[in-house]
Design a protein. Structure first.
Length: 92
């Protein structure tokens, strides 16, 4: 399995996790960081782990197109899971 597919699966998991946290702990939306920053932090950690595993090999481990698709998937899940649970969401 290539790193792009692993990243998309990770984006799906992160989106489900952030959406679940927003549903289960509604007060979490009011902390200093907006929930979409949680997604960005998780993606940065993923990139760091992949970079550390590859060593200092040249080139990005995940293409920009895959990153954008993964970010869109995670944000969509982060938005639609609370909406499906009936919780009013503020995205930004």
């Amino acid at each position: 399995m290539d790193i792009g597919r692993i990243f998309l699966i990770f984006a799906l998991i992160v989106g489900l996790a952030v959406g679940g946290v927003i549903v289960l702990v509604p007060q979490s939306r009011d902390i200093g960081l907006a929930p979409y920053f949680w997604v960005l932090i998780a993606f940065a950690l993923f990139e760091g782990v992949v970079f550390a595993r590859r060593g200092s090999a040249a080139g990005p481990p995940v293409t920009m197109q895959t990153r954008i698709i993964g970010f869109a998937i995670a944000l969509a899940l982060m938005f639609f899971i609370p909406m499906a649970a009936g919780i009013q969401t503020k995205v930004f």
